[in-house]
Write a protein that binds this ligand. Structure first.
Ligand code: UD1
Length: 421
């Protein structure tokens, strides 16, 4: 199993360019299933989750080609399969978007339950509720979800989500796009990648309004058509490099970002004493003084993202005083990395949803194990700040969501290498 070896202690300095948003890409590629024509998609991140999705779509009959680095042409005209390969589907979480996409285009889907990062129990009851409201029959076994049009057919509906769920919002948007009538999603997720999916679908001919607010309206259309689209930059990849700059006392220009999407993160880093300068599509993060303690609570967008919880925890671990970090989306997420950080010398006390993090003057390098994608990213930035050598194992998690991470970090002065065992 490959691992990363990091020799810590160098302040990061230079420019890093952020790729396309993972969570937008993994929704937009299944959305291409709705289009009987060619979609040219730019800013597609070179990450293993994207490659897995492309393998799934190709095995279903889609044709795709990388026309340039990060520019993909995909044509799902010839797809007829509604039962994607379960082995591939189980490799990642967002494969559950195939359910909504196949239901929309073919009126049925037989999809294995997804795999991916299991940092918490991740139910899909709200996705199923959405499909049922749209008139589908849904049968769930321990391994599969089988969806088909119910006796009265599929029809747009008003759906009020009981929890704000990104996945359910995406799946219902996909399902309703080619359905008769109007669908209204209340209590919808507002994340930037929800807006990006709506923009992609609208570019291809869908009629979706309200994305980015808590009420999304989808007026069903008969057919979509091919077109061109560029995916937004990855908020979490950008946030991870910003945290890395902060924690190493560096000075990094993070390019290809939408500063508005980063506000929930820039605000916290400013509170910690970092100097942040925003440009049109870039953010500079500089730290010259010790980090100060802060209080953070994760929330759905526009709140502080749960996917940045672990990375901000590393900043807290090296800040002056006791910081508090409350998780309100995935309560068990701390267990993916806190014990590993403690092995590096961090002082963290977890009490239900809140971690109290007492800053220490330094972390020490050791061997640590990534247990999920963002936990792995946090251990890397801890290693970059730590004294000595850190070995991060289970890096396949990290490579699910961070493109060219070794090259990008090396270019800003990190001493990190990938070792294939
Ligand atoms: C997405 C992101 C993930 C991020 C998460 C929260 C993708 C591919 N993944 O995951 O990176 O960490 O949003 O921002 O975009 N819930 C239910 N029932 C459901 C669905 C969700 O109870 O049917 C609960 C979850 O347990 C969780 C909360 O709702 O507590 C939010 O989950 P959700 O937004 O659905 O997360 P994902 O879409 O899986």
């Amino acid at each position: 199993m490959a691992k990363y070896e990091i020799i810590g202690g160098t302040p990061l300095s230079g420019t890093v360019t952020i790729g396309g948003a993972k969570n937008a890409a993994v929704a937009i590629l299944p959305a291409a299933l709705l289009v009987p024509g060619k979609c040219r998609i730019e800013n597609v991140p070179d990450i293993s989750d994207v490659h897995t999705l492309l393998d799934i779509l190709a095995s279903m009959g889609a044709k795709f080609e990388w026309v340039e680095q990060s520019i993909l042409e995909i044509d799902c005209s010839d797809v007829t399969c509604t039962e994607p390969d379960p082995t591939l589907v189980r490799k990642m979480r967002a494969s559950y978007y195939l359910m909504g996409a196949l239901l929309s285009r073919y009126g049925k889907a037989h999809v294995a339950l997804p795999g991916g990062c299991n940092f918490a129990s991740r139910p899909i009851d709200q996705h199923i509720k959405g499909f049922l409201c749209l008139g589908a029959d849904v049968e769930e076994t321990e391994e599969y979800v089988d969806i088909s049009a119910g006796p009265e057919g599929l029809q747009g509906a008003r759906i009020s989500l009981d929890v704000v769920s990104v996945g359910a919002t995406v799946n219902i948007m996909l399902a309703a796009t080619l359905m008769q009538g109007q669908t209204i999603i209340e209590n919808a997720a507002k994340e930037p990648h929800i807006v990006d999916l709506a923009n992609f679908l609208n570019t291809m001919g869908a009629r979706i309004s309200g994305a980015g607010t808590d009420t999304i309206k989808i007026r069903g259309v008969e057919k979509l058509k091919g077109g061109n689209y560029a995916i937004i930059p990855d908020q979490i990849e950008a946030g991870t490099y910003m945290a890395a700059a902060a924690v190493t006392g560096g000075n990094v220009l993070v390019k290809n970002v939408i500063p508005k999407h980063m506000e929930c993160i820039t605000t916290r880093l400013r509170e910690m004493g970092c100097k942040i300068v925003e440009f049109d599509d870039a953010i500079r993060v500089q730290r010259t003084a010790p980090l100060r303690r802060i209080t953070v609570k994760t929330m759905p967008y526009p709140g502080f993202p749960t996917d940045m919880q672990a990375q901000i925890c590393v900043c807290m671990a090296l800040a002056n005083g006791v910081s508090r970090l409350t998780e309100s989306v995935y309560e068990t997420r701390f267990f993916g990395y806190c014990s590993e950080l403690e092995n590096m010398g961090a002082k963290i006390k977890i009490n239900e949803k809140t971690a109290s993090v007492t800053g220490v003057p330094l972390l020490r390098g050791t061997t640590v194990h990534a247990k999920d994608l963002r936990a792995g990213a946090a251990l890397i930035i801890a290693g970059l700040a730590a004294q000595g050598t850190t070995v991060v194992k289970n890096i396949h998690y990290v490579e699910r969501g961070y493109e060219h991470i070794i090259d990008k970090l090396t270019a800003i002065g990190a001493n990190i290498r990938r070792i294939d065992d």
